[in-house]
Design a binder for this molecule. Structure first.
Ligand SMILES: O=P(O)(O)OC[C@H]1O[C@H](O[C@H]2O[C@H](CO)[C@@H](O)[C@H](O)[C@H]2O)[C@H](O)[C@@H](O)[C@@H]1O
Ligand SMILES: O=c1ccn([C@@H]2O[C@H](COP(=O)(O)OP(=O)(O)O)[C@@H](O)[C@H]2O)c(=O)[nH]1
Length: 471
């Protein structure tokens, strides 16, 4: 059996006590490494004065991780720069925030070269490689340039932008061309896949045949593989002692009011500003509801070295203060705005205590919080998920109350609709969403991708030697 090598910017080694501290993705990728043998390779999260290429190997609970330290300048140009100031905003349709700097592009290339140089000697003949996310677009090509003929797959966790937006990136053509070094490329939704295919065929001139694209002699297969959560583990956690304690504490502090919950990294793509405006519209249009509800927004800070993240943080502090100042009374505050993160099993109790899960990103690859909110509900008295049409999750969770997050009126109406929804309708919608969340969980996602990559899914096999010389 082939070994599986997973490569991603962040690497998660298994933790001693599980207790909801690790994400479903980390757990699923660790399980894949256990099943196939292999390595999880990436950045250690540490910085050093001079890059040495020294690999830290670690083995825990049957999973080997191999990580590298990077230089301060690498982090500045590759992670804070090209990944989070160029690609992230562009791929979330925010070309107004995207910064196109040669220095960032150069640092991104250098770090991908460093990953390739260090990884290449670890790769054995029959290994299969799986690269994760936008930090590593060119890694496949860098490995091919170093003679790597193995099967390599790539999965994108964020949206793929429409061609007209992507065309604003100076390196767009070169970047898409490097994607042809992969044998299989996966997206969360058909929309992101179609956007990629459109660019490859219309701007690059790739040839399309079924689910495959060919360019300069290399054939690439495309797949839609929406990521799920570790549903079984999450539901168990939601019924466990930490979640029950969190549920009790939340209910006590709600004093009979309906809670609306939001849980998001503090990121402009999550639509928090627009969400607050939508909630404010609800308060202003429904004065009779004011003391009947409150919103809990959990927003752990993220990517704090990047200016656009500092700005959104300042903006949200001002806006939550403004709304609270305008509407609060001595015995009620409309928004509880919390800038810290919580372990997943505590979140499960908080989700369960909430009558409404308000998940309104302006654009999101998937959004796992939406799925976790549903999975945490009491089947006999489930809450209502209000979900942005522009989250990848909306393609699967069609029975959520779907909204346009840019419209304060729609968000306000959806809150009212959710509060008035009777138990029968809440149960019907919840069951339909839960069926999907149970069937298409993270293990299903991982298998869908690795089966396609390894050719064990009954599809046309990827040729063992996919004209690598021509790449
Ligand atoms: O590593 P960070 O810079 O701290 O960012 C955290 C992760 O954010 C992104 O998550 C995405 O992947 C999720 C799972 O597929 C998906 O549900 C969500 O819509 C995406 O935004 C990013 O893609 C990861 O690489 C980051 O680690
Ligand atoms: O305080 C928090 C906030 C978020 N999360 C987790 O972070 C993940 C966020 O994933 P999502 O796909 O919603 O968005 P991303 O942050 O990856 O863009 C979810 O599993 C959340 O449970 C967490 O563990 N603690």
């Amino acid at each position: 059996m082939s070994r599986l090598i997973i490569i991603s910017n962040r690497v998660s080694a298994p933790k001693e006590s599980h207790s909801g501290a690790q994400g479903g993705l980390a757990v699923a990728l660790q399980a894949a490494i256990r099943e196939f043998g292999g390595i999880w390779f990436g950045w250690s999260g540490e910085t050093v004065d001079h890059f040495t290429g020294h690999i830290h190997f670690q083995r825990a609970q049957g999973v080997t991780t191999a990580t590298l330290d990077l230089e301060e300048q690498d982090i500045e140009e590759y992670y804070n720069g090209y990944a989070n100031r160029t690609l992230w905003p562009l791929f979330h349709y925010r070309i107004d925030l995207a910064e196109y700097e040669r220095g960032f592009a150069g640092g991104y290339k250098r770090v991908n070269e460093r990953f390739a140089d260090t990884l290449r000697p670890l790769v054995e003949k029959d290994d299969v490689l799986w690269v994760q996310d936008y930090h590593m677009f060119p890694l496949g090509q860098e490995l091919r340039d170093r003679g790597c003929k193995n099967r390599i797959g790539f999965f994108l966790h964020i949206p793929w932008p429409p061609s007209r937006l992507l065309a604003t990136l100076p390196e767009a053509e070169a970047l898409v061309e490097t994607m042809f070094a992969y044998d299989l490329v996966g997206f969360h939704t058909k929309e992101w896949l179609d956007s990629f295919r459109h660019y490859a065929t219309h701007e690059l001139g790739a040839e399309e045949e079924g689910d495959a694209l060919t360019f300069k002699g290399r054939t690439l297969r495309l797949i839609v593989a929406p990521i799920g959560i570790d549903t079984k583990e999450f539901v168990e956690g939601a019924n466990g002692p930490k979640a029950r304690l969190a549920l009790r504490n939340m209910r006590d502090s709600a004093v009979g009011r309906d809670m609306i919950v939001g849980v998001d990294r503090l990121d402009y793509s999550k639509g928090l500003e627009e969400r607050f405006h939508g909630y404010e519209r609800f308060l202003s249009e429904h004065p009779e509801e004011r003391k009947e509800v409150f919103m809990l927004q959990i927003a752990p800070p993220s990517r704090g070295a990047v200016e656009s993240y500092q700005k959104i943080r300042t903006k949200l502090e001002g806006l939550s203060g403004q709304i609270n100042g305008a509407y609060a009374d001595v015995d009620w505050v409309p928004i509880r705005y919390v800038n810290r993160g919580y372990p997943r099993d505590v979140l499960a109790g908080i989700y369960r205590a909430a009558r409404i899960g308000l998940v309104t990103p302006l654009r999101d690859g998937m959004n796992l919080v939406a799925k976790e909110y549903v999975a945490a509900q009491d089947p006999e008295d489930p809450g209502v998920l209000i979900l942005s049409r522009f989250a990848g999750a909306a393609a699967q969770l069609k029975e959520a109350v779907l909204v346009n997050p840019f419209s304060a009126d729609e968000v306000s109406d959806a809150i009212m609709q959710a509060l008035r929804m009777d138990l029968g309708e809440r149960k019907r919608r919840w069951r339909a969403m839960m069926d999907n969340i149970e069937q298409e969980d993270v293990v299903w996602w991982r298998k869908l991708f690795t089966d396609a990559l390894m050719g064990t899914d009954g599809s046309t096999p990827i040729p063992a030697d996919n004209d690598i010389a021509a790449a």
